[in-house]
Design a protein around this ligand. Structure first.
Ligand SMILES: CC(C)[C@H](C(=O)O)[C@@H](O)C(=O)O
Ligand code: SF4
Length: 424
């Protein structure tokens, strides 16, 4: 590509980390990594590092280990994995260890000021696309690639084509970012963005809170996206101000940049959306599944366990009791979210409504050790995946909804439209 090529912010981030002036889609480049994070399911990272002859981690101050998927350890195997990882962190003087009390990686890293605009972040988790909400290039990698990054401080990347999804219009009360992304996934389908990047733009995105924006970028991977992006604005900078201690550069996209594809979604009239069994792109409006009886509701995960998710559930359930035939499990995405929800009185409301509050972590989202569904049960979840066996028995059915729809469902004991409970 000759000079004068209009570049996207994501391409500029990659070019900077590759020490190049410019990059273009399809190019294979080698980049310095700003943060490499490992979660507790990936002991293989240490094994691969050692198999590659690794003695010393290249940049231990750019590495984080996070115990969130099986936290606190529910089995001896999980406990042993975490024990070995703690020893590795100590030996290698790795700077960041978030132990079983902290919460989910995709909440604690931004909270801790470890995600900033223009950074290049890799993690052994597919939802690392979340961090595009802060203008970072975040992507999930496997154990071998993560081990290479521990060894060398660098990793290879293929520069992705970039899709723009423009979302316009004010959402109705009771309709959330989760409804927007479910509608987009239901329209474009699970293979819409394989190996590509998705940038979300438009008036709706501007209006969303940071929590809401993270839902869009988090679930872009459910369309196969390699990474996702929302241009940092004053709202982003306000969130980062008290958290990020280091200077950073906000990259921008050149005017006239040519996207690989562009889509427009008008969402003023969007109803609450539901992904019905057994795929995340099998999406209908809530009116089509209202009345389906539900055994368990889970409000939590890196997609739907943040403060605004717990807040809207408390608004719907205040001074009320959940249906006697339905269990409501609430898993805050992090210890900080839990503390804020306690201080705001939301946890008190939810406990009095009959909810079970579980420790911050992934837990029920991946059917790990708690909040598991029995054969034949029907579950509603604010997380991101509903394939057979995702939350326990393969004979259970899982519906994915927004936290507002989940709370209304727990109240009625059947899938319910939250708009009757949220008027502004
Ligand atoms: C860590 C990994 C097993 C997995 C992912 O990469 O997404 C998990 O977080 C999930 O949500 O299925
Ligand atoms: S909360 Fe669920 S989707 Fe998010 S990282 Fe954990 S297991 Fe994966």
């Amino acid at each position: 590509m000759g000079s004068g090529y209009n570049m996207h912010a994501l391409e500029k981030i990659l070019a900077t980390h590759a020490g190049k002036k410019e990059v273009s889609p399809g190019e294979i480049i080698n980049c310095k990594v700003d943060l490499a994070a490992v979660n507790d399911l990936y002991l293989q990272v240490i094994k691969s590092f050692q198999e590659m002859g690794g003695q010393k981690v290249k940049d231990p101050e750019k590495v984080a280990f996070i115990f969130d998927h099986y936290a606190p350890a529910p089995t001896i195997k999980a406990a042993l994995n975490q024990k070995i990882m703690r020893e590795f962190v100590r030996e290698q003087k790795i700077k960041y260890l978030f132990d079983v009390d902290a919460g989910i990686c995709h909440q604690i890293l931004p909270e801790s000021g470890l995600v900033w605009p223009g950074m290049l972040l890799i993690m052994t988790d597919s939802h690392t696309t979340t961090h595009g909400a802060f203008g970072a290039f975040g992507t999930g990698v496997g154990a071998t690639d993560l081990a290479v990054a521990l060894l060398t401080g660098e990793l290879w990347f293929r520069v992705p084509e970039i899709i723009r999804i423009n979302v316009d219009g004010y959402l109705q009360p009771g309709v959330m970012a989760k409804d927007v992304i479910l509608h987009i996934i239901g329209t474009l389908k699970q293979d819409a963005a394989i190996y590509k990047a998705i940038e979300f733009t438009g008036s709706t995105v501007k209006e969303l809170s940071i929590d809401g924006r993270m839902v869009l970028t988090n679930m872009s991977v459910e369309m196969g996206a390699k990474t996702s992006y929302i241009q940092p604005d004053n709202k982003t900078l306000a969130y980062l101000k008290s958290r990020v201690k280091k200077p950073f550069k906000v990259y921008t996209t050149d005017p006239g940049y040519k996207y690989a594809e562009e889509f427009l979604f008008e969402v003023e009239k969007l109803e609450p959306q539901v992904a019905v069994p057994h795929t995340v792109d099998n999406v209908v409006s809530v009116s089509e599944v209202e009345g389906v009886e539900v055994d368990q509701v889970f409000i939590g995960s890196c997609t739907g366990g943040r403060l605004e998710d717990i807040e809207i559930a408390a608004r719907i359930l205040k001074n009320k009791k959940i249906n006697k035939n339905t269990r409501l499990i609430v898993g805050p995405a992090s210890k900080n979210v839990l503390l804020e929800a306690i201080n705001a009185g939301y946890i008190d409301i939810l406990l009095k409504a009959g909810a079970t509050i579980i420790p911050p972590g992934c837990g029920p989202c991946l059917g790990a050790h708690q909040g598991v569904l029995a054969p034949g049960e029907v579950g509603v979840t604010t997380s991101s995946r509903n394939f057979p066996g995702r939350m326990g028995s393969r004979e259970a059915k899982i519906y994915i909804t927004s936290p507002a729809t989940a709370a209304a469902t727990a109240l009625e004991g059947k899938i319910a439209d939250p708009r009757k409970y949220i008027k502004e």
